[in-house]
Design a protein around this ligand. Structure first.
Ligand code: F6R
Length: 242
């Protein structure tokens, strides 16, 4: 794993955008895996800026998102469809038909997972952006998820629902299920960029970097087995690394 140490959130956002921009400029049809959550918001702002300054174009970009809640419509402000549109896609020249996000409203969720997974595999993600949960989850793959998992339906951990309830009016409104790319699906990405910022992630990051243990109990540990992972983390997140 390559570790890029940055001073804080702003530098992480700028540097990760530079890295993404380089990839976009050097590829004819870049396929990018996007994440939601708080961590990549700064990166997305920087990408929009680069697009407005005509440094990069998303005309030939194909996008895949990691996950989506079950039961939230695209128009729901808490859906990841809404998040991606507001925070990134609507500001860019990306073609709508190249945007792929699991459909948590599908009538047949199992079928949706299968089709989504097939599409991800066919296109092959050049770079997958990841954030990490406090319990080491990546996507919505909670501790205990099989490393062999493909895109699937998950029951969300109480801790994850609690953490994400900050976006909802109450904990009760946070969906109990989600669709997520599986760990094996994520690991097939050619390159992975894991962004970690802030003191509250320092325990989790220490668990990932201080040990060589790879265990399903800490999903992000699988990243140690990937041949091209960059972890970009700031001072606060790295403060428990020895
Ligand atoms: C988001 C996702 C999650 C988040 C993780 C960290 O699509 O899949 O795994 O990356 O929960 O979230 P934040 O960035 O809000 O700390």
């Amino acid at each position: 794993m390559k570790i890029i140490h940055v001073s804080g959130y702003e530098e992480m956002s700028g540097k990760s955008a530079d890295l993404m921009a380089e990839l976009i400029q050097n590829s004819n049809n870049p396929v990018i895996g996007f994440a939601t959550g708080s961590t990549p918001i700064g990166l997305y702002k920087c990408l929009i800026k680069k697009y407005r300054q005509k440094e990069i174009s998303f005309r030939n970009v194909t996008a895949f998102n990691l996950d989506e809640y079950v039961g939230l419509a695209k128009e729901n402000k808490n859906s990841y469809h809404y998040y991606m549109n507001e925070k990134l896609f609507k500001h860019l020249d990306i073609s709508r038909r190249n945007i792929n996000i699991p459909n948590g409203m599908a009538e047949d969720l199992e079928q949706e997972c299968l089709s989504y997974d097939r599409l991800v595999s066919e296109k092959a993600i050049d770079i997958q952006i990841l954030g990490m949960g406090l319990n080491g989850h990546i996507g919505f793959n909670e501790p205990g998820t099989s490393f062999k998992s493909r895109t699937h339906i998950v029951d969300l951990d109480q801790s994850t629902r609690q953490a994400n309830s900050r976006f909802f009016r109450s904990l009760d409104e946070v969906p109990t299920k989600a669709l997520t790319m599986g760990i094996e699906t994520i690991m097939e990405s050619k390159r992975i960029l894991l962004l970690v910022s802030g003191n509250e992630k320092s325990e989790a990051l220490a668990r990932l970097l201080n040990s060589t243990r790879v265990s399903q109990e800490f999903p992000a540990s699988i990243l140690r087995k990937h041949k091209d992972v960059t972890v970009m983390a700031d001072d606060a997140a790295l403060n428990k690394i020895h």
